[in-house]
Write a protein that binds this ligand. Sequence first.
Ligand SMILES: Cc1cc2nc3c(=O)[nH]c(=O)nc-3n(C[C@H](O)[C@H](O)[C@H](O)COP(=O)(O)O)c2cc1C
Ligand SMILES: [Zn+2]
Ligand SMILES: [Zn+2]
Length: 744
Amino acid sequence: MADANNEAVPLKQEEVVGQQTNGGVEKVDTNGKAVDALSPRKRDRPHIEETDSTGNSAKRVKGVASIKTEYLLHPVGSKEDAKGGAENDDAAEAGGERYQNVDARDNRDGGNGKKNKKDKKHGKQNGQNTSRTFGHSRDKLQLCATRASYPEFSPRECQFGDKCKFEHNLRKYLTQGRREDLPTFGGKCPVYEARGYCNLGWKCRFHKSHSEERELEDGRKELVLLEDPEKKKADQQPRDFDDEVGVVNLVSKQDKIDLSRRRRGTPKADAYIEWVNKIADEERKHFDSQHKTAEQRNIDVEDSIDPDAKDDNRAQFTEPPFRPSEKRRLYYGPETPVLAPLTTQGNMPFRRLCVELGAQVTWSEMAMGLPLIQGEKGEWALMKAHESEIRPVRFENKNTVIRGYDNARDIKFGAQIAANKPWVATKTVEVLTALCPQLRAIDLNCGCPINLLCEKGMGSAMLDSHARLEATLRGMNYVSNDVPITVKIRMGTKDGQPTADKLIKRLVLGGYEAVESGKGTAGVAAITLHGRSKQQRYTKNADWSYIAECNSLIARLKQEKNARTDTIAEADPRDLANEGHVYFVGNGDCYSHVDYYNHIENAKVDSVMVARGALIKPWIFEEIEKGQYLDKSATERLSYVEKFAKYGLQTWGSDEMGIGTTRRFLLEWLSFSHRYVPIGLLEHLPPSIQDRPPRFKGRDDLETLMASENYKDWIKISEMFLGPAAEGFKFEPKHKSNSYEAEG
Ligand SMILES: Cc1cc2nc3c(=O)[nH]c(=O)nc-3n(C[C@H](O)[C@H](O)[C@H](O)COP(=O)(O)O)c2cc1C
Ligand SMILES: [Zn+2]
Ligand SMILES: [Zn+2]
């Protein structure tokens, strides 16, 4: 990495340095002290301290991105300049219509907006657009599957014969039943290019690149599909799986059917739960009597226990049916920036792009435990990862390294789940580890604020019952084989009443009663803390000083734990992931390498998780790696859009339907990425994710277009790579403000 003095130097050095001299804010911290403008490590956290009242940042308007005057469309603060910002993020995160409507990928119909039978309820939250529909992306004539991927003269027999309602005349389908091939990607099919064949055959909107008309000996002309034998040979993927390019964690149809018919058991989870229920009674009896004695003597229960009596106590409890297996070791360090789990947005094409740009740890979108156990296709689809995500994390040995750490086995991709009860979580983990061989870790979501989930006790509702949460994590740890268990939490549920510190203590040391009865700690390998409460909206900053406090608490607890040697000695090493070392990752508002290294330096977290920062500028990972701002041109940014489109087609298919799904998820992403304010337009650095950009024009037309908050412009951008949207295609932005503006 470049030395500290170069780290924050923007690409356009003269320009930005000049602005700093004028604006002044870069060189003073909130106390008016001079700081080294170029060192992110020495600089105070500008976006957290808000703009100061000492007058040092006269030009910087609180909460507004400081755009150079020549690029402003309206005076700052005028009515016209109001642009959507953080308030939309509540809608985006809480939106989660995956859990309200059928998701586009569940049936690959481009999301036709049908209600999910199981989840009819539409939780209206934060002005989000709750009844979004995405229309249809379909061919005019539906080609029968017996024709779709076969030569014209040798199709398969259609078992429905004359009654089949699909089209059997290939030439008619090609001329009247579907739209033209796309000219983008050089007219070459992205699937065929990667695999040497295209499973979508005649339906592919690049079909001309992998088919031809051949003249037969008898003079007839036959349409045939082509394959590239060289490339095909290299592609090892079995063809009975969904035909996707370079994908792991594919679960067979049969396995999902077995789950749905309850033919696949979960013996470990069952035995574990049986044991938990059994000793719950024993514990109740035991601790009730202890509490009574302690009350009579008017002391803390913990103090009332004679340490020598512990072994006697334990003898009263039934032994567990088995111990957890030893866990694969994890590593988090400054060189491993983390891409956050992101419902809808954190799909495989997006993660693949982020990995290319330097993300070292990636998480699946949150998957719900129960539907996984029940074999639901849409939920299992979330577990798929791209092969680039199963490469090891970058490892430069910058932080604590755990004995037995094997970098080659420490892959990037982990699964995040939501569950409300120990039995759901343990069963989920048991089937996950059995069916998905490529997981870095399994993370329990205890941060999701969606009402629909919280009402059922999932997501951040878990933060209100520490004992249940501990028991849930312990259960996951018992059945996960060698896969480490991690947890993502918020500060608490209510504003101003943080409880994460207490929870962290419980997770690191083990709840008192659990340790007492010999169950030990929950065994989590890492904790990620989002520095906000459930109640808190994105408009308020994440609280990094609280994150820092929690980190020093963890450090203290480790010492305490070492001091309590009896506990350590008694704990079975298999209960302790990473030999008891719990990694700590901070999360909230990270928007540049400056933020990133500040948090590592000041809050002393092992690593930082990035969510919206990555959605707005995925090259944040490249900035972190290089330690400098990157003033990406609009053309370069558009090349990322092109990549996303290509990866989307390789994931969801290159036919009309796959293009519709790709377009939908691309638009979801553009609904974040348009918020990027090119750093070359800014008066002051570092940029803050919380700053609302006033309306501005870019340095060229493309830059202006990419900053548009009008979703019709987003569709325009999608059309550059995916062609004109299908007739029935609809897109409604998550937040209503975007849609009404579009009408103007
Ligand atoms: C669109 C969106 C989807 C999210 N989905 C998830 C999720 O599935 N699981 C999760 O734990 N957090 C989810 N989050 C929360 C983020 O992971 C992260 O904790 C939060 O956005 C704060 O980080 P940031 O300030 O870097 O955005 C989501 C956030 C957003 C904006
Ligand atoms: Zn047919
Ligand atoms: Zn194709």
